[in-house]
Design a protein around this ligand. Sequence first.
Ligand SMILES: [Zn+2]
Length: 235
Amino acid sequence: MKETMVHLLELQEVDNALDELRRARETYPRRIDELRRELEEERTTLEELKGKLQELERQKRHYERELRRAQDELKKHKARLYEVKTNREYDAVQQEIEAWENSLGQNEEVLLDTMAAIEELTPQVADREQAYARSHEEKQEEMGKLLDKLGNLEEELEEHLKRREEIAGRIGQRLLATYERIRQGRGGVAVVPVTREACGGCFSQLPPQVVVEVRRGSRLIRCEYCGRILVWNEE
Ligand SMILES: [Zn+2]
């Protein structure tokens, strides 16, 4: 019987590992998808910010051009003031000069606003770019690790299943069925060691007589509270 108890504990350990591997097989791909999505969102935000900056730069060039044009026109019209021959002509040119002066003032104002916006946005873009680079590196690394683990997963599952078959072969059919039944009802854990005179599954204190019997290992003892099979852990 004592040997059977050891096999039961081994079986539990191999089943724990199998459960873990199966969980990983489900959760790793989800985590990888999540990381990909996060990265994509971060990249989109960065691109949007960069696009905004580019648009501002484009506006800046536009207003600079307009400003130069207004300056040129003003110079031209002012020169013409000396060439006009009549008062009417003089008034007309004077009016155009006023109009170009207005345009110059407006363009200057908008250009200054645009330059201020660029000055504000440029460091933001740089910060965001750095943050993205960092995040990209971290997430790529995590994804790489998960993909590696996923690559080995099937092989590991295969190995553990083989080992499980070996161990299960040493345990009788009826005991095996009991084991499976408890495992199903108790979150996958059917065999637990006695720890400090308590059940290692539900942590209920066990009567001294039960502890002695588990230690002796001459018959199958189950926790009277949670029903799990109790074994004595030699270490
Ligand atoms: Zn218990």
